[in-house]
Design a protein around this ligand. Structure first.
Ligand code: PHE
Length: 365
């Protein structure tokens, strides 16, 4: 028998197979239980030892060649099939959308964009810092030493391991560590806001374990409490789009500011709802606590690598989620982070409504 001729014929037919189905039929025809090559292998059993020695290697080589050809052809057909599928499934991203996008901008993102726009107009840049902080930036440099009760008050989430310098690692409990990073990183003068996520182990209708703050920091020569009050007033009037916003500064305490002032904003009760505007002392009015602030403590300026005799400044911190709730009328903070598309559709903002000072920073949802 001419094994070479059988091999050449089999290989030619395998190479000509046009699809995986045809190839499988050939595999069965050659190598299946009743296959022709399998049949040849079976004949070995009935041969004399001499015969087997002469013919055996040829039959095995034939089986080897056929099996190899089948594998090669199979891979080629599969990759051709994939190429064809990829060609058919190509998406032309330059085509116009056939449907209006359904997504909307989350109120927190919207308010952060509004803040950036308002403060940019006053010469503030946007700064950021890491959400995973070390306890030196989050506490120590801000004049909150290890034994300070404020550390316990912050309900801090700690990581099990310390960093390379032996500092405890934590999820930042406020945006104030960005004050330190800005001073060390850029020196003075400074005018920044630092919006971002912060974390405290706390949860009810008005507290979530993750929430958002925006920090403000100004460092320059001759900065006073007057600059702080003007900045906050200008910001809040622009943000709430009302000229009758009235602030009340109350003495308070933060380790990183001295003196510290809590800022209240006057509101009126209209149809059972609190509406910001007017003095909180007027009949039917009240004061609402809005943010913490103060003159940057000399120790903090020194921790930031600056000379407190030359540089002064003010800082403030305010809850972004709270600002959003007040401006856009949501009452449950937890809904902010539930990811319910009905809530997002109701309170979300059109992606095309970019807040601008010229177009308005308060476009209603
Ligand atoms: N970091 C303070 C807080 O989270 C807020 C604050 C910032 C107060 C800056 C004063 C100055 O409560």
């Amino acid at each position: 028998m001419d094994y070479a001729a059988s091999r050449d014929e089999a290989l030619a037919r395998i190479a000509a197979a046009q699809d995986l189905g045809a190839l499988e039929t050939l595999r069965v025809e050659f190598l299946g239980k009743q296959g022709s090559v399998s049949g040849l292998l079976k004949t070995l059993g009935g041969m004399s030892a001499d015969e087997r020695q002469a013919v055996g290697p040829q039959i095995h080589a034939l089986r080897e060649s056929v099996s190899e050809a089948l594998t090669t052809r199979k891979a080629a057909l599969e990759s051709a099939a994939l190429d064809a599928q990829l060609a058919v499934e190509t998406i032309d991203l330059t085509l116009p959308a056939s449907e209006t996008p359904r997504g909307s901008i989350h109120p927190v993102s919207q308010v952060m964009d509004e803040l950036a726009e308002i403060f940019a107009d006053m010469g503030f840049a946007v700064a950021t810092g890491p959400e995973i902080e070390d306890d030196w930036h989050n506490f120590t440099a801000l004049n909150i030493p290890e034994s300070h009760p404020a550390r316990a008050m912050h309900d801090t989430f700690y990581f099990p391991d310390k960093d390379g310098e032996g500092r405890a690692m934590l999820l930042r409990t406020h945006t104030s560590p960005v004050q330190i990073r800005a001073m060390l990183g850029q020196g003075a003068p400074i005018r920044i806001i630092a919006p971002g996520r912060v974390y405290r182990s706390d949860s009810d209708a008005t507290h979530t374990p993750m929430f958002h703050q925006v920090e403000g920091l100004v460092i320059d020569r001759g900065i006073t409490l007057g600059h702080l009050k003007w900045t906050l007033e200008t910001f809040l009037k622009a943000f709430f789009e009302r000229d009758d916003i009235v602030l009340r500064l109350r003495p308070s305490y933060f380790p990183f500011t001295e003196p510290s002032v809590e800022v209240d904003v006057g509101f009126a009760i209209v149809n059972g709802k609190r509406v910001l505007g007017g003095s909180g002392d007027a009949p039917g009015h009240g004061w609402m606590e809005l943010l913490g602030s103060g003159m940057v403590n000399r120790k903090v300026i020194a921790a930031g690598g600056l000379d407190p005799d030359e540089w002064q400044g003010f800082a403030f911190g305010v809850g972004v989620d709270r600002l959003a709730m007040l401006k856009y009328g949501m009452d449950d903070l937890r809904a902010f982070f539930d990811g319910d598309v009905r809530w997002a559709a109701h309170y979300g903002f059109n992606p095309h409504d970019v807040p601008t000072l010229s177009g308005g920073v308060g476009t209603a949802a």
